[in-house]
Design a protein. Sequence first.
Length: 170
Amino acid sequence: MRARSRFALGASLLLYACAATAVDMAQPVSIRADSIQIDQRTGASTYIGHVRLVQAGMTIRAQRILVISAHGHVLRMQGYGNPLRMEDAQPGRLPIFGHALRMTYAGANKELTLIGHVHFRQGANTLHGHMIHYYTISQRMVAVGTPAHRVTATIIPHSLRQPKPKTAKR
């Protein structure tokens, strides 16, 4: 695979990255934007300008998001930004922060893909690549680089992380 470098991340680094779990995807979605275009006949809705999409602890900020839905289910989603930013703050987990130039979500296989200068951070751990696929059901990630820009990851073992300072009780 000389044309591109692949890195499957099976460790705990960003295990919950870039998408909510399948259960969370059934939660209500709240979207704010400068303008909204809805075509009920085709199920397409376009949100433009300072878009903020929130669903069950997941927040995506973009310049434009297109949602295709049918019978109340999201079939696919495309988002664009410069950069598009996301945060996944699920209870009991370290929050995940990421950015990319665009994203796609395929509802049929519950796959979220971030494309273009992708960067993720969870605590001290980081992951960079051209494209990152996140399979929400299996919680598996695949990061893809380019010939000029390989995938990089920094994983800080628990033993090297700085302990939280203890506060004196009075």
